[in-house]
Design a protein around this ligand. Structure first.
Ligand SMILES: [Fe+2]
Ligand SMILES: [Fe+2]
Length: 273
């Protein structure tokens, strides 16, 4: 028999407590709180490292806009509930992309629009049709782009030594609260569906969600490895053990979504694979 759990509510406190528990368990050398007060970019070399990192950020957000718009058209034309939270996500992530684009332009004096375009295309290329194959593929994609990356966001915010004050204040005031709303919308949408589903549906959906999440992880690994290098160079830190904590956090998210203990999940694809 499969054990199910009473899930705690998905809150920012729950995220931080869970992440810190995983750090204690798997990578105790990683910080459980913010280590530094970052200083502004101070040289042309630092700006050169910061530029590609922020271009990646703008492309990530703009890709979310494109994919959510496509999903409304291809998968959710009959589903007003999903349309409502996706339209909020499109507006927010579009605003994040635009702000990042404008900041990069101001800082560097260059127009990164072509690089942003190319990188958005790279997301489409490496993911293939996995996110739009069916609604569960779309959910698996949301897990990757909104929930699994929480490990990356928490870790970089604690380790960052160098930043751009303009980007940092926009992130604190606008991006962080928006992103939590996006995660919560996905959690609530799925929970309602899953909790109301029959046993047969649940086991079918669970199997599909795991398979699609695994497929996307495999497709995404080269991007993530490269992104982590960009982040470290831009933000002025170097640390071992990101892969271990990324894997552990992702496992925790999947167990939460499937409402089972993490031990009941099979061995998953690793960021190291
Ligand atoms: Fe965003
Ligand atoms: Fe988002």
């Amino acid at each position: 028999m499969t054990a199910t759990l009473v899930r705690p509510a998905w809150t920012t406190d729950y995220e931080v407590e869970t992440f810190n528990r995983l750090i204690a368990q798997y990578a105790p050398h990683l910080p459980t709180q913010k280590l530094h007060d970052p200083r502004p970019i101070a040289s042309a070399a630092e700006l050169e490292n910061f530029y590609p990192y922020r271009v990646s950020g703008a492309a990530h957000d703009l890709f979310i806009v494109q994919l959510c718009a496509k999903a409304i058209d291809r998968l959710f034309l009959q589903d007003a509930e999903v349309q409502l939270f996706l339209s909020r996500q499109i507006g927010d992530d579009g605003a994040h992309a635009l702000d990042t684009y404008q900041r990069v332009q101001e800082l560097s004096g260059q127009d990164p629009i072509e690089q942003i375009n190319q990188q958005v295309q790279y997301h489409w290329d490496y993911l293939g049709d996995a996110p739009t194959r069916n609604w569960i593929g779309f959910l698996a994609w949301q897990l990757h782009y909104e929930l699994h990356i929480v490990s990356t966001l928490l870790l970089t915010s604690r380790l960052t030594r160098i930043n751009d004050p303009g980007s940092a204040s926009f992130a604190a005031e606008r991006i962080l609260p928006d992103e939590f709303v996006h995660r919560q919308a996905v959690v609530q949408w799925w929970q309602r569906k899953y909790d109301q589903a029959s046993l047969a549906e649940r086991s079918e959906w669970s199997a599909q969600l795991l398979a699609l999440d695994e497929e996307i992880q495999k497709r995404r690994n080269p991007y993530l490895k490269d992104f982590w290098q960009r982040a470290q160079r831009a933000l002025g830190f170097e640390v071992e053990g990101f892969e271990v904590i990324y894997d552990a956090w992702r496992r925790e998210v999947l167990a939460y979504f499937l409402n089972i203990p993490t031990e009941q999940l099979p061995k998953l694809v690793s960021l190291n694979d």
